[in-house]
Design a protein around this ligand. Sequence first.
Ligand code: NAP
Length: 316
Amino acid sequence: MHAVVISEPGGPEVLRWTEVDDPVAGPDEVLVDVVASAVNRADLLQRQGRYDPPPGAPPYPGLECSGRITALGSSVTGWSVGDEVCALLPGGGYAERVAVHAGSLLPIPAGVSLEEAAALPEVACTVWSNVVDVARLRAGETLLVHGGASGIGTFAIQYATALGATVYATARASKHEGIAALGATPIDYENADFAAEVRADVILDIMGASYLARNLKALRTGGRLVIIGLQGGTKAEINLGQLLAKRATVAGTTLRARPIEDKARIVAGVRQQVWPLIEAGLIRPIVDRRFPMRDAAEAHRVVADSGHIGKVLLTT
Ligand SMILES: NC(=O)c1ccc[n+]([C@@H]2O[C@H](COP(=O)([O-])OP(=O)(O)OC[C@H]3O[C@@H](n4cnc5c(N)ncnc54)[C@H](OP(=O)(O)O)[C@@H]3O)[C@@H](O)[C@H]2O)c1
């Protein structure tokens, strides 16, 4: 089969469509013929040599895919050869074929095409596990999402809106129309201070250090800040007095490195609680554009320049 191989750490040009060995399914895995994968910001870090895949994962990037099952491991139940699926992956999605743990498989939600379903697993699992599992966002509360136009942000806006929350989202001004259409009140992070404009019960943050002080200011009493990205750095001072006075919680998580059983629990939660909202038309995959997988370098350039709203797909 072919896969997008990282020939050496570097820029988009190091991504090469190369013939590689076919994957072999373990007892708890299925083989999926990939129809599409999607670019995540983490893939750019992996390409630069700054985010190694966890042990046992394929060396190629790709945290999600959609496709058809072509073979079943000996212990797999509940899935059949020929089933159309999408899947959360520890890596390896930028390939024509991938071995997937059965606990990481999801059916294609009704109303979503097989190709577009590749845009769902990573954002659905990340948003559900943080906004619901960790931060316990409830109807009537206010969510502030940083990077509202990102893959993660566009999903979080739709999900929180569907839950009955009020949503604010930071984004550059050119993307405001797009995220307002999804249900968020946009904030121009380049020209306004979000901490002067919003008080939120939950903040889903992708910036880390550079936003920590203002995030604490923007939290309401009892607020929950969940940090899932460090685009603004890793080290910052925290005013613990503010944390105590607000009875606030600061949490951080990553999805990729979690044990397979934990991922299976998250995937099951997404299937039970998020998939019905997609099937009801309350959430849809936001696909900005598609590239043939062999042109993954071009797709990485688009994402690096933040030229997109939502997800960029790679099709086989
Ligand atoms: N911890 C986890 O498990 C986990 C899982 C998935 C993703 N993530 C993280 O979530 C983030 C989004 O991932 P993605 O793949 O969806 O990324 P993406 O589509 O590439 O989006 C990146 C976003 O960052 C925004 N941004 C840049 N500077 C900003 C600032 N100063 N204030 C607010 N927003 C800013 C950009 O907004 P504009 O285009 O409007 O400038 C862009 O929408 C990444 O940091 C990623 O590492 C974490």
